[in-house]
Design a protein around this ligand. Structure first.
Ligand code: URA
Length: 230
């Protein structure tokens, strides 16, 4: 007999994922204002998918709304077991409104295929930042802080069984650490009880082919971890 998911996680020594709040979401999402910190965070953590999409589309919580074409919430199965988290939309993603649609995205699709996964099928893809930093510069700490509640809420709604963080920013942000990616990759971490594997960002792998082998090891680690949960 299949055990309930939380019990299976407990038996694997993994703390249960969040208990969602019982209160229903507010009728009008009001997240555009970055000035009301905790309140805004609390409101976002009660949103449903429609509200979240609308909130990201209208968000002005950091300066990036001034230069982006559109907010990019994420793509895929809202009940996916696998959550992939990248850094931020680039030019292609900003134009098309979907994460990882450029060259790095094609490599990501190939990486997923290598472990038997397909974009949109039991996989959800999101970024830490929902708006493109101009010139593809690194995300600023205040931009990450303003955007994280959206990703937190996505994770609550999806309840993935595993998270793969692509690159330094996603790994460091989700794990609240400044450790180098070389030290973060290759092992299983936890994000609020959910197993999390960090690996190299596909854009980095396009420039550093030898590290593809290490990324492959990380993907195998994620797949093995998932097998133990299933
Ligand atoms: N790089 C990312 O981190 N995310 C994207 O969506 C595209 C490129």
């Amino acid at each position: 007999m299949k055990l309930p998911r939380e019990q299976r996680l407990k038996e694997l020594g993994i703390a249960p994922v969040w208990r969602l709040r019982g209160r229903s979401a507010p009728a009008t999402p009001a997240c555009a204002d970055g000035a009301d910190g905790a309140d805004r965070h609390g409101r976002i953590l009660q949103m449903d998918w429609t509200q979240l999409r609308e909130a990201v589309a209208n968000c002005t919580a950091c300066e990036l709304y001034k230069t982006r074409t559109q907010g990019v919430l994420g793509v895929g199965d809202p009940h996916a077991d696998w959550l992939i988290v990248g850094e931020a939309p680039g030019a292609d993603e900003d134009a098309q409104g979907e994460p990882f649609v450029g060259q790095a995205g094609r490599l990501l699709d190939a990486m997923l295929a290598a472990i038997g996964l397909k974009r949109g099928e039991n996989v959800y893809i999101a970024n830490v930042l929902k708006s493109r930093p101009p010139g593809n510069r690194n995300p600023a700490p205040e931009e990450i802080a303003a955007c994280m509640p959206y990703l937190e809420r996505q994770i609550q709604l999806i309840r993935p069984k595993i998270i793969i963080a692509l690159g330094r920013f996603a790994g460091q942000t989700l794990l609240h650490t400044e450790e180098a990616i070389a030290r973060l990759r290759g092992r299983v971490h936890r994000f609020q009880g959910i197993p999390l594997v960090v690996t190299y960002h596909p854009a980095y792998l396009l420039r550093n082919l030898p590290d593809k082998e290490k990324a492959w090891e990380d993907l195998c680690l994620a797949r093995e971890t998932m097998k133990k949960i299933d």
